[in-house]
Ligand binder design. Structure first.
Ligand code: ZN
Length: 140
């Protein structure tokens, strides 16, 4: 069955990822399933999922340094929801189809994301003010 459109995660920009992990794991009971620095995007990430393993995840993102795009975001907006991510089966063809429909893309070609996934962002102007990420999971 196609995973197209499955809400994979909601990403939250945070100042202190350790404190944020405590909040989401201890207060909401989510489980920390993966930590990774995604240098490409200038972020430290932590993925938290429901203990059942089913359902969408929360991705905490902390800027790696002041040059990170997430630093810029937090200077303007503070901590908070940064983007939502949907799974797609074939990111190249999804991006092409969106481009053909005149959707404004931030990434016309996918970049490496966490878990060896391929990811790309769609401009909020085309998505009702929401930064949307598409992710194709590594099939290995
Ligand atoms: Zn994400």
């Amino acid at each position: 069955m196609s995973k197209d459109g499955f809400l994979y995660h909601v990403a939250i920009a945070v100042k202190d990822i350790k404190k944020a992990e405590d909040i989401y794991s201890k207060l909401l009971g989510l489980e920390i399933v993966h930590r990774e620095d995604v240098v490409n995007y200038g972020v430290k990430t932590s993925m938290l999922s429901p203990k059942s393993g089913e359902g969408s995840a929360v991705e905490l993102i902390e800027p790696l340094d002041d040059n990170s795009p997430i630093s810029e975001f937090m200077k303007k907006r503070g901590e908070g929801v940064h983007h939502i991510c949907f799974l797609v089966e074939d990111i190249e063809s999804s991006l092409k189809a969106l481009k053909d429909k005149g959707v404004r893309l931030i990434d016309e070609h996918p970049r490496p994301g966490s878990y060896n996934s391929k990811v790309a962002f769609i401009h909020p102007k085309s998505m009702n003010g929401v930064l949307v990420e598409l992710a194709e999971k590594n099939k290995d």
